[in-house]
Design a protein around this ligand. Structure first.
Ligand SMILES: Cc1cc2nc3c(=O)[nH]c(=O)nc-3n(C[C@H](O)[C@H](O)[C@H](O)COP(=O)(O)O)c2cc1C
Length: 188
């Protein structure tokens, strides 16, 4: 981790989801260091309801081979260039993490766990941003398909809630308009 960090306020305010990565690899140790800090997310009962499957280095190609079946099912019939183009948003991140959480049968606990795992993800996004690494939390439809769950090693009673892409980027997207605080706060 770098010595000089953004303030919490700056990191929250300036982070953007990066959807266009430049293809540079992301160092495995750097991603692990991000998760080492992200694990301090709030969570009820210290259940720490998350685990991560990380694709980095040679794992990225293996992951791309799996994803291709869902994104371009007819890839064998298409020119390589067309397949590469369709796959670009999955092959240009430098590391990809799948955040998997337990599916507690009790609704309250399940919602708490989703909130906690989401806080963990947000922490990771902010920490990555602080390191100059972009992220995007993605939930493609195939994330829940049985064939993908099997390839990912998701057990019964678990659920992946995020494909978190990490990568380097050349441009920061503009921010989007947000509601003013008066629009979403009322007083008790
Ligand atoms: C639960 C969740 C699911 C998301 N799924 C996707 C997705 O499937 N594809 C995508 O491009 N962005 C996805 N995003 C990212 C949002 O598009 C992004 O956060 C939103 O546009 C606000 O932009 P910002 O993160 O730069 O502030 C997701 C974000 C969240 C929190």
């Amino acid at each position: 981790m770098s010595e000089k960090s953004l303030s919490v306020k700056q990191a929250i305010r300036e982070r953007r989801s990066i959807k266009l990565f430049n293809g540079e690899p992301v160092n495995k140790e750097e991603v692990l260091a991000i998760f080492e800090e992200a694990k301090w997310a709030p969570n009820h009962g210290n259940r720490q309801p998350w685990r991560v499957v990380l694709a980095v280095d040679e794992g990225l190609q293996k992951l791309a081979d799996v994803i291709r079946e869902f994104v371009v099912p007819n890839w064998k019939e298409l020119p390589e260039e067309e397949v590469s183009k369709k796959m670009a948003k999955f092959t240009t991140p430098g590391a990809v993490a799948f955040i998997i959480m337990p599916q507690d049968l009790r609704q309250k606990e399940r919602l708490e766990d989703y909130a906690a795992a989401s806080s963990f993800i947000q922490n990771a996004q902010l920490l990555a941003w602080d390191e100059g690494i972009g992220t995007c939390w993605k939930t493609p439809g195939w994330l829940e398909k049985p064939e993908f769950l099997k390839a990912l090693g998701v057990e019964a009673g678990e659920r992946p809630i995020s494909m978190l892409q990490f990568g380097h980027f050349d441009a920061i997207p503009n921010d989007k308009p947000k509601k003013s605080v008066e629009e979403f706060v009322t007083f008790f």
